[in-house]
Design a protein around this ligand. Structure first.
Ligand code: AMP
Length: 351
């Protein structure tokens, strides 16, 4: 157990780290961040911050020396620099390795009984054409690594589209398009002792590949598929020896829950838990990695709607507060640009 006054290291400097550090402060911990140069909005709420390259072994060692436990808020932290600090990591980097590569992730999930969208590994143009022929179109070509918020994805509607494409200069997969009724996520927290708790699954709506809203109740289509999706998420968390918050995203289809992707971290679709659940995903993550008892993850609101503020200047964001049901979270990012998450608003109604 990490005693109050202990220090948590956070790899990554984005809004997830920022909200994690705020929750950690409430529990009496101080956070130190580590991330390469960038818009590290976690920095202003961390006690100390290392702005260094991931590969800077000396800086990484100096950072680790100050920490009692280390976690990440960003799943694309390169794994080799973490090997020397592995003894301090709440979860071993195998979870990152699995989630960083869409192909490895899908295989890992299939081996545990999950059902991803039909997919094929693509290395050449002839491989792509064969995959489109075999799996059909529409479909989506995705880079295996480094894609997020719809980046590194190209929709293919016809064989012709595929013929006219130039493959990106990195490994890809082709995924058949899933005809889904809804999208939802399973977010769980797993303690050091293996205990698992879940939040209610929100219904998630994406626009242009980016999460736009998460709402509860999620409705019967989602609710009917949550149990099966949770069972898969638990098998994955157990197989990874995972400690902290883990997220799996699903498509609800006529054939049951189809696995989309996993995030070995707190997740945008769980931001509603700050006001809508007895214990938020951020507090829960801190409790888990510090070896504290897990809190109550029940929903305490009657309805929840979390809306992301994307690509818009945050200057007028306070206007939403004229609605007493609205809770605003701004991330402190300097400049709005298309597709950039600047903050979110959660609207809550209680019984
Ligand atoms: P991803 O980054 O892979 O989670 O994709 C972002 C969003 O694009 C998803 O949440 C879906 O809305 C959509 N999407 C991605 N892959 C598929 C697919 N195979 N079939 C249908 N929609 C998809």
């Amino acid at each position: 157990m990490i005693a109050p006054g202990g220090t948590i290291g956070i790899l990554g400097g984005g809004q997830l780290g920022r909200m994690m550090a705020i929750a950690a402060a409430q529990l009496g911990y101080r956070c130190i961040g580590y991330a390469p140069q960038g818009d590290n909005v976690a920095e202003e709420v961390c006690a100390d911050f290392f702005t260094n390259k991931w590969e800077d072994a000396q800086a990484m060692a100096a950072f680790a020396q100050k920490c009692d436990v280390i976690t990440w808020e960003f799943e694309n932290v390169p794994v080799p620099p973490l090997q020397p600090i592995a003894s301090l990591l709440a979860t071993q980097p195998h979870a990152l390795e699995t989630a960083q590569d869409r192909l490895a992730e899908k295989r890992f999930v299939e081996e545990r009984g999950g059902q991803p969208a039909a997919y094929a590994q693509i290395d050449t143009m002839s491989g792509l054409l064969a995959a489109v022929d075999r799996l059909g179109a529409p479909g989506i070509l995705k880079t295996r690594r480094d894609g997020y918020d719809g980046k590194g994805q190209w929709r293919i509607d016809t064989v012709r589209d595929a013929e006219g494409m130039r493959l990106p200069d990195m490994p890809t997969i082709y995924e058949g398009f899933v005809e889904f009724d809804a999208e939802f996520s399973v977010i769980l927290v797993r303690g050091r002792d293996g205990e698992i708790r879940y939040w209610d699954s929100s219904r998630n709506i994406h626009e242009g590949g980016i999460l736009a809203t998460s709402s509860l109740p999620a409705g019967p289509v989602v609710e009917a598929q949550v149990e099966e999706a949770r069972a898969l998420a638990a098998r994955i968390a157990n197989a990874l020896g995972y400690v902290g918050v883990l997220t799996l995203e699903f498509f609800a289809t006529k054939e049951g829950p189809v696995f989309n992707e996993m995030a070995p971290r707190v997740h945008n679709s769980g931001h509603w838990t700050i006001e809508g659940a007895a214990t938020s995903q951020f507090e829960s993550h801190i409790r888990a990695i510090c070896g504290l008892p897990l809190g109550d993850t029940s929903t305490i609101a009657k309805t929840v709607e979390m809306t992301n503020i994307i690509g818009k200047d945050a200057a007028s964001a306070h206007e939403c507060l004229s609605d007493p049901a609205a809770h605003l979270h701004l991330y402190g990012k300097a400049k709005a640009r298309a597709g950039r998450k600047m903050g979110h608003v959660t609207r809550i109604t209680y019984e």
